[in-house]
Design a protein around this ligand. Structure first.
Ligand code: PLP
Length: 373
């Protein structure tokens, strides 16, 4: 079956004895134990598993071509559960421009816990290889990166890592499985902030880990999900499955609208540079073409001007909302350095836009008026 079909049908029959076309929401926290006693495969208590979570986990694992998935109450909870599946003293390689919230979590939560880290540039696989140590257990990839839109070669880094028995995780939040399938390129794990494109309507907070194999490392992530307890509610899992049914069509719209906006921005005299992997001028365009089916709805661009001018431009929009996060049907943008705060690696004149599903001509008209202030 093709992606669009799987997105609509996968997971529907799990924990759905009435065979409802739309499965019901199961708010119950507890499930009755058989008179003969409890079987380990039975549902028992909602923190451990519940029908709606099982449905969503099956759905996202299917779409990412993985064997198993664990859903969390946020993307950052999913990230923390993976890192806590390592051991104190283990070494992590992670991009220097990784999503700012993950950088803060690694530095302030995981480093004091005992994780050793190297924050490095990841666009050259040879540089990644140079940073591998005997105690390196995990290489973290975010491609395209946030907000610099740098591209890492998933296949090449995964090949180098596999030779040394190191796991590779790809944060696939921005491309989504519609545009990029890291597990088919050799990665072991995929991370999602499902708060973004999977949710797609800026009304669900969630995260997920998908594993290529349901191995011992994934079992540790599962343990952290159940015993760390950062699990999503049945209501959120239900809503997330509902949104995921239309993911492929929303992503087609995001890809198409973003490329129209990129074309407009690259020809605008007030723009110094546009960061978008679909542009032939992008330094890693050739890798992006090899590993991505579409280039996504996120664009970063540099205004030819100061930080204050960039903030003023963002302040001048009417249709495009000033907000952080991304992946909703509505277009949003922000002066990224102000959002990231201390430790930000964003250039002062960088504006990041999440291109939504409004008509692209309306988005461009709003950009035109904001850029003329
Ligand atoms: N990964 C990426 C690439 C993100 O952009 C974000 C949030 O912005 C996260 C992870 C964290 O997800 P959440 O906000 O759901 O915790």
């Amino acid at each position: 079956m093709r992606f669009e079909t799987k997105a609509i049908h996968a997971g529907l029959n799990i924990g759905n004895p009435s065979k409802s076309i739309v499965p019901p929401i199961s708010p119950s926290t507890i499930f009755e134990i058989d008179a003969e006693g409890r079987d380990d495969s039975d549902l028992h208590y909602s923190r451990l598993a519940n029908p709606n979570r099982l449905q969503f986990e099956h759905l996202i694992a299917t779409l990412e071509e993985g064997e198993a998935a664990a859903a969390f109450s946020s993307g950052i909870a999913a990230a923390t559960a993976v890192l806590q599946a390592l051991r104190p003293g283990d070494h992590l390689i992670i991009p220097e421009d990784v999503y700012a919230g993950n950088r803060k979590m690694v530095k302030q939560l995981m480093e004091p816990w005992g994780l050793k880290t190297s924050f490095i540039p990841m666009t050259d696989p040879a540089v990644v290889e140079e940073h591998i140590r005997p105690e390196t257990r995990l290489i973290w990839i975010e491609t395209p990166s946030n907000p610099l839109m740098q591209i890492t070669d998933i296949e090449e880094v995964s090949r180098v890592a596999a030779e040394q028995g190191i796991k590779v995780l790809v944060d696939n939040t921005w491309p989504t499985p519609v545009n990029q399938l890291p597990l088919l390129l050799g990665a072991d794990l995929v991370l999602h902030s499902t708060s973004k494109y999977f949710g797609g309507h800026s009304d669900i907070l969630g995260g997920a880990i998908v594993a290529k194999e349901s191995d011992e490392f994934f079992e540790r992530i599962r343990f952290n999900q159940q015993m760390g307890g950062a699990v999503p509610s049945p209501q959120d899992c239900w809503l997330l499955s509902r949104s995921t049914r239309t993911l492929s069509y929303r992503m087609k719209g995001h890809n198409e609208h973003a490329s129209a906006v990129v074309e407009y921005l690259t020809n605008h005299k007030r723009i110094e540079d546009v960061y978008y992997p679909g542009l032939p001028s992008h330094p890693n365009h050739e890798v992006a073409v090899r590993q991505m089916k579409g280039f996504g709805g996120m664009i970063s661009f540099l205004l030819d001007g100061s930080a204050d001018e960039a903030v003023r431009v963002v302040g001048g929009s009417r249709l495009i909302k000033r907000a952080t996060s991304l992946g909703g049907v509505e277009s949003t943008w922000e002066h990224r350095q102000s959002s990231e705060g201390e430790g930000s690696v964003s250039p002062v004149n960088l504006i990041r836009i999440s291109v939504g599903l409004e008509h692209p001509e309306d988005i461009i008209a709003d950009l035109e008026s904001a850029l003329s202030v």
